[in-house]
Ligand binder design. Structure first.
Ligand code: SF4
Ligand code: MG
Length: 333
């Protein structure tokens, strides 16, 4: 299967003044396949939103490449190619309240893309399309002439989803789409997204700060830490057989329903604070918080390697493969 999105050694740095550079995304490589949900997880400030925004070309790439359907996202594009890209890739945001124009009616919000791309022949067809989109996301047609403030958070996220769908995209970047919602509403939005994916063959990049939020929706998951990707594999594999110490600490933070499992599992607590991405630790960026840190971790950046089929990790513990000499010996856990 050919990837829909291919990211290779992508970097996105920001000049934050006084000669300081923020390495928000630093040498990240991965692929997203058609029809899959790729979960992207990490603490706030790890670069996951920047990565999402770089893929939709809200940001340029500092170096490296990203391609969509085989064509470079950041390379030179004609006006019509840009327009097609803007249609094909849509974004859903964390805060549906902030991302919706408060002065516009639901109809005008949803129809923005329809208008920009000239998808409706006349006003009647435009309204018809909006009504069908409201049906699709489970909102009432009578909501069409109301304003965003008249809706709950979950309903506003549905409006945001309808707006994204209006131009028939194939790839949707959802940046923490459920993080701001009540727990009871989160499942509804996730179920809606899954249903739309089945019906329309959508591909998702689903960004979250919490592994439990992406577990059920993701086919594969990438874990980011301080601008770098540290682990990537299938969702079940990540939960059953995490390799990177950072992933293990994230998993330890999720309570298990079964007390027996809870007692038997390896517990790792994340120590210390997140270092600044402006002056990150040398070598492995996780070393200041890693219970397994070795000498080599300070001097050499761990390589991004496929430790098992489809299971990628950047950690010196696996330099000699999965059964290598460097066995994890925890200090202080
Ligand atoms: Fe820990 Fe070293 Fe692996 Fe980094 S490379 S996660 S410091 S063991
Ligand atoms: Mg973010």
């Amino acid at each position: 299967k050919k990837p829909l999105v291919e990211v290779s050694h992508l970097k996105r740095f920001f000049d934050v003044g006084r000669g300081q550079i923020l390495k928000a995304v630093d040498d990240v490589s991965f692929e997203i396949y058609p029809g899959e949900t790729f979960g992207l997880v990490g603490e706030s400030g790890c670069g996951k939103s920047t990565l999402g925004r770089t893929l939709i070309r809200l940001y340029d790439a500092t170096s490296g490449t990203a391609s969509f359907k085989g064509s470079s996202i950041h390379g030179h594009k004609s006006k019509s190619e840009m327009k097609q890209l803007r249609r094909d890739i849509q974004m859903i945001f964390q805060d549906p309240y902030a991302s919706l124009n408060q002065r516009m009616t639901v109809t005008d919000i949803i129809a923005e893309g329809i208008d920009a791309h000239g998808l409706a022949k006349n006003r009647k067809e435009r309204l018809q399309m909006v009504h069908e989109l409201l049906d699709t996301v489970g909102l009432n047609r009578s909501h069409a002439e109301r304003f965003p403030h008249e809706f709950s958070g979950g309903q506003r996220q549905r409006i945001g989803i309808a707006r994204a769908l209006a131009v028939n995209p194939s790839f949707i970047i959802a940046d923490e789409p459920i993080s701001a919602l009540d727990v009871s509403i989160q499942a509804q939005v996730v179920n809606l997204m899954k249903k739309l994916q089945r019906e329309r063959g959508l591909t998702y990049l689903f960004i979250a700060h919490d592994l439990s939020m992406v577990k059920h929706i993701s086919d594969r998951i990438g874990v980011m830490y301080l601008g770098g990707m540290v682990e990537l594999c299938e969702s079940d594999e990540l939960f059953d057989n995490p390799l990177h110490p950072y992933t293990k600490t994230l998993l330890s933070a999720i309570p298990l329903p079964d007390p027996k499992l809870e007692r038997s599992r390896e517990r790792m607590v994340l120590q210390g604070d997140l270092p600044s991405p402006i002056d990150p630790p040398s070598g492995c960026r996780f070393r200041t918080r890693c219970p397994f840190a070795m000498e080599v971790c300070a001097s050499e950046t761990p390589k991004w390697q496929e430790a098992a089929k489809g299971h990628f990790v950047a950690c010196h513990l696996y330099d000699n493969g999965l059964d290598g000499k460097a066995k994890p010996v925890a200090q202080g856990v």
